[in-house]
Design a protein around this ligand. Structure first.
Ligand SMILES: O=P(O)(O)OC[C@H]1O[C@H](O)[C@H](O)[C@@H](O)[C@@H]1O
Length: 301
C-alpha cells in the first residue's frame, strides 16, 4: 500500500487561522492562536486528543480541548511558588494559566522532511509584552507529526535577570468513558490534592476516576499511559524536561461551570498536563533555555 505524501493546508475556523496536517494516516489540526493543537487522530481509531463539541474559535479566547500552552505560569498565579509570583507585578489579578494561550503566535516555518511535517511557532514577549510581566523571553513550540506526535516547548531567557516560570502542555485526551480508564506510571508518586486543602499525599497503584480530580503529581516518571478498555487502546505519553503533571477531570458539578463544555463531556475527556510546576518550576539564567517535550502515541491493548 503506497502512502500519500504528507500534506499541509491552511484553513479558517470562524475567527482562527488553523493548519491541517496529514502524515500517513495521522491527522493533526493546529490553531495559530496559542499554537494550540486542536485535533490529533491516527487512522480510523478514536481521536487521541479531545476537542469539545462546544468549542468556539474566537480571537483572544483559548479553545476548550486540544493542547493549550500554559505559560509563563500554570493555574492561579497566587498558588505558584513566590519566585514565579515575583515575576509579575500584580499576581492577584493575573489570569489563570498565563496569557499566551489566547494570543497570536508567529508561524516560523513548516518543514517537510523524511516523511514528517514540523510546524514551528514562536511567541516573543519583546514584540508582544505581557501585561504586568516585564521580562524578555522567547517561547517556541515545535510540533512534529510522523508516526507519533512530538511537541517541544522551548523557553529562552533574553533578559539580564534570572527568569522563573511554571508551565504546562494542558493536553485533553479522548477516552471512551472516564469511569473505566486507568492512568499508569504514577504509583508511589507524591501528589498535591488541590481539592482537599492542597495536602500532600502519595499515590498507591494505578489512578482511576470516581469524582472530580485535580491533582499535581510530583517526581513523575518519563512515561505515563492511559489504559482505555472501552476503546481497547493504550495512549502513551513520553515526557522530557518535566517531573510534574496535573491530572484533571471536572466531573459533574464543575462541568456545568466550564465554558465551551457540554454538561456530559466530562465522561469523554481526561487532562494529563505535562508540566513544570510546584517544586519543578524552571529557573533560567540570562541566555539560558529549557525544553519541555512530549511524544504521544497509542497501541492496541
Ligand atoms: O478553564 P481553564 O482556565 O481552561 O482551566 C481548566 C483546568 O485547568 C487545570 O487542569 C486546573 O488544574 C483546573 O483547576 C482547571 O479547572
Amino acid at each position: 500500500m503506497s502512502a500519500l505524501p504528507p500534506s499541509v493546508e491552511r484553513i479558517e475556523l470562524d475567527e482562527l487561522v488553523c493548519w491541517r496536517v496529514q502524515v500517513g494516516d495521522g491527522t493533526l489540526l493546529v490553531a495559530q492562536q496559542g499554537a494550540q493543537i486542536l485535533h490529533y487522530q491516527q487512522g480510523t481509531q478514536a481521536p487521541i486528543i479531545w476537542l469539545s463539541e462546544q468549542a468556539r474559535y474566537q480571537r483572544g479566547q483559548s479553545v476548550r480541548g486540544g493542547a493549550p500552552v500554559c505559560w509563563p505560569w500554570f493555574g492561579g498565579l497566587t498558588r505558584n511558588p513566590a519566585a514565579v509570583q515575583a515575576m509579575h507585578s500584580n499576581p492577584a489579578s493575573a489570569p489563570a494559566h498565563g496569557n499566551v494561550r489566547g494570543l497570536d503566535w508567529q508561524l516560523l516555518g513548516i518543514d517537510q522532511h523524511d516523511g514528517a511535517v514540523t510546524l514551528q511557532f514562536a511567541f516573543d514577549s519583546r514584540k508582544h509584552p505581557l501585561p504586568d510581566w516585564p521580562h524578555a523571553a522567547e517561547l517556541q513550540l515545535d510540533i512534529r507529526l510522523d508516526q507519533q506526535l512530538h511537541l517541544e516547548l522551548r523557553s529562552r531567557n533574553l533578559g539580564t535577570q534570572p527568569l522563573v516560570l511554571s508551565q504546562a502542555l494542558h493536553t485533553y485526551f479522548a477516552v471512551s468513558d472516564i469511569r473505566d480508564v486507568r492512568v499508569h506510571g504514577l504509583d508511589g508518586c507524591r501528589y498535591i490534592e488541590t481539592l482537599e486543602d492542597w495536602q500532600e499525599r502519595q499515590q498507591q497503584g494505578a489512578l482511576g476516576f470516581t469524582g472530580e480530580t485535580d491533582r499535581i503529581y510530583l517526581d513523575t516518571p518519563t512515561r505515563l499511559s492511559i489504559v482505555d478498555p472501552g476503546w481497547q487502546r493504550r495512549i502513551l505519553l513520553d515526557a522530557r524536561g518535566s517531573r510534574s503533571a496535573v491530572l484533571w477531570n471536572p466531573w459533574i458539578d464543575k462541568a456545568k461551570r466550564l465554558s465551551q463544555f457540554a454538561e456530559d463531556a466530562w465522561q469523554r475527556m481526561l487532562c494529563i498536563e505535562t508540566a513544570n510546576i510546584w517544586d519543578d518550576c524552571v529557573t533560567l539564567a540570562p541566555g539560558a533555555s529549557h525544553s519541555l517535550c512530549l511524544s504521544l502515541s497509542s497501541e492496541p491493548l
